[in-house]
Design a protein around this ligand. Structure first.
Ligand code: GDP
Length: 327
C-alpha cells in the first residue's frame, strides 16, 4: 500500500519529523467507502483518517448497528459483499432464518459473520467503551491500517419526515425501501453531541486536505457537519476542502440521493450538491460532461464513476491532485 506515485503533499512535514498531516475523509457508506478504499491504496496508512457518519446507526433486536462504520470497515478490510452492496462476503444466514422462524423481526438482515461484530460492539458499548475505541480496535484486528472514527461518540440518529409523519432512518431506508417522499430531515441528538476528539485533533493539527466523499449529502455528510463544532473546525483547519459529486448526469449511482433532492424541492445535479456544502468547499470534483454552471468552488473534472478498483484509485489520485493544486 501507499508510496509509489502519490502526490507529494506533506513532504515538508515528513522531512521535518513533525506529525504527518493527514487526509481527513468524510464518508457515508457505499459511495464514500469506494473512494475511501481508493485513498487507502494511494496513501500510507498513517496519512488517512476516515470520519464515518453515525446518523444511520440504530438499535435493533438488542444490538447497536452502525451501517456506515461497518461498510467502511468491511470495504477497507476487503471483506465487503459486492453483490449485496452491504455486509460481508462469504456470509451465511442461519441466525436470520432462525430469528424469523421464531417470530423475530427480519426486515433488517444480519448475516452470521456480521452478527458477531454487532454482538461484540454492543457488549463493549454496554461495558462503557466509546464507539471510537471499539471501531479502532476492530479495524486493527481486521488488518486496516488507516484510521476510521465515528463523527462522534455520542448518539446521533437521523429521522425523516414523510407525509405520514416522522420516522426513524432505517425504518424508512430499509423497511420501507426509501419509498416514502422525504419532506424534512433531523439529526436527533446532534445538538448535544461532541465531535469525536481524534477527529477534532486531526483537524486542529492542520490536515493536508479534507475530502468530502461522494456520499449522500442529506443523510451521510450533513449529519457529520451537524455535530456542533465540526463544520467550524473544517472551515478553519487551513487545508483545502474538496468534495466529490455523488450525482452523475443528474442521477445517483445508487440509492435515494437524486430522489431526495427532488422531494426537497431541488433539481438533482452536481451543482445542487456543491450548493448544499456552500462556502465550506474550496474544490469540487465532478464528472467530465456534467454542467458546472453556478458552481462556486474550483471545479476539477474527471471520471467519477467507480466500477473497478482502478477507478477508485484513479479518483483518489485525482482528488489528492486537486487538493494539492489548491494549496
Ligand atoms: P450510504 O450511507 O450507504 O447511502 O452511502 P453513501 O451516502 O456514502 O453513498 C451513496 C451515494 O454514493 C449515492 O449518492 C451515490 O450516487 C454515490 N455513489 C455510489 N457509487 C458512486 C460512484 O461510483 N461514483 C460517484 N461519484 N458516486 C457514487
Amino acid at each position: 500500500m501507499g508510496g509509489a506515485g502519490r502526490p507529494g503533499l506533506g513532504a515538508a512535514a515528513r522531512r521535518g519529523g513533525g506529525p504527518v498531516p493527514v487526509i481527513v475523509a468524510l464518508s457515508g457508506g457505499i459511495g464514500g467507502a469506494k473512494l475511501a478504499l481508493g485513498l487507502s491504496k494511494v496513501l500510507p496508512p498513517e496519512e488517512l483518517l476516515v470520519v464515518a457518519n453515525t446518523g444511520d446507526d440504530f438499535e435493533h433486536v438488542g444490538l447497536t448497528i452502525c451501517p456506515d462504520i461497518d461498510t467502511l470497515t468491511y470495504t477497507l478490510a476487503g471483506l465487503d459483499n459486492p453483490v449485496l452492496g452491504w455486509g460481508r462476503a462469504d456470509e451465511s444466514w442461519a441466525f436470520m432464518e432462525t430469528l424469523a422462524a421464531l417470530g423475530g423481526e427480519d426486515w433488517f438482515r444480519l448475516g452470521d459473520r456480521d452478527l458477531a461484530l454487532h454482538v461484540l460492539r454492543t457488549h463493549r458499548l454496554r461495558g462503557g467503551e466509546p464507539l471510537s475505541a471499539i471501531t479502532d480496535d476492530l479495524r486493527r484486528r481486521l488488518g486496516i491500517g488507516a484510521r476510521i472514527l465515528p463523527m462522534s461518540d455520542d448518539p446521533v440518529r437521523t429521522r425523516l419526515r414523510g407525509d405520514a409523519g416522522w420516522i426513524d432512518f432505517q425504518d424508512w431506508f430499509v423497511r420501507q425501501r426509501a419509498t416514502p417522499a422525504v419532506r424534512a430531515i433531523e439529526f436527533a441528538g446532534a445538538a448535544a453531541a461532541r465531535p469525536q476528539p481524534g477527529v477534532l485533533a486531526a483537524l486542529r493539527a492542520g490536515p493536508r486536505a479534507v475530502v468530502i466523499c461522494p456520499s449522500n449529502p442529506f443523510i451521510s455528510i450533513e449529519p457529520i457537519l451537524a455535530v456542533p463544532g465540526m463544520r467550524e473546525a473544517i472551515a478553519v483547519c487551513g487545508a483545502p476542502v474538496v468534495a466529490v459529486s455523488p450525482i452523475i448526469a443528474g442521477q445517483a449511482v445508487k440509492g435515494p440521493t437524486a430522489k431526495m433532492f427532488s422531494e426537497l424541492g431541488m433539481e438533482p445535479s452536481a451543482a445542487a450538491v456543491a450548493a448544499r456544502y456552500g462556502a465550506l468547499l474550496d474544490g469540487y470534483v465532478m464528472e467530465e460532461g456534467d454542467d458546472a454552471t453556478g458552481i462556486a468552488p474550483h471545479v476539477f473534472r474527471t471520471r467519477t464513476l467507480m466500477q473497478t478498483l482502478d477507478d477508485k484509485v484513479a479518483l483518489a489520485r485525482a482528488v489528492l491532485a486537486a487538493a494539492e493544486a489548491l494549496r
